[in-house]
Design a protein around this ligand. Structure first.
Ligand code: FES
Length: 102
């Protein structure tokens, strides 16, 4: 699930920052900034697909792979840099995020 966070001033004008949330195979909820540490492209750029059959997250741009539970880089051009994790909690079936500066 992708969601808007805030708008920041980019090189060519305003840029909407987005996050995405997922449920791990163990049932935990996680949320990350939708920005790949490789070249700052959205992780789900293109067809919106995030998961490989192995269960790892894959950046659509150049194939960096991440652990869905921790956001750690597992291989590819992320070169050891992980996703930026966002605080999220699940209450009564809804996801809640504290207001946090990005
Ligand atoms: S921008 Fe994600 S792998 Fe290059």
């Amino acid at each position: 699930m992708r969601f808007p966070l805030s708008t920041v001033e980019g090189r060519f004008g305003p840029v909407l920052l987005e996050g995405f949330a997922l449920r791990t195979r163990a049932g935990a909820v996680r949320a990350y900034l939708n920005v790949c540490p490789h070249r700052a492209q959205p992780v789900d750029l293109g067809d919106g697909r995030l998961f490989l059959p192995s269960g790892e997250l894959e950046c659509s741009a150049h194939g960096a792979r991440f652990d869905p539970a921790s956001g750690e880089c597992l291989g590819g051009p992320c070169d050891g840099r992980g996703l930026t994790r966002l605080a999220v909690e699940e209450r009564e079936g809804a996801l809640w995020m504290p207001a946090a500066p990005i």
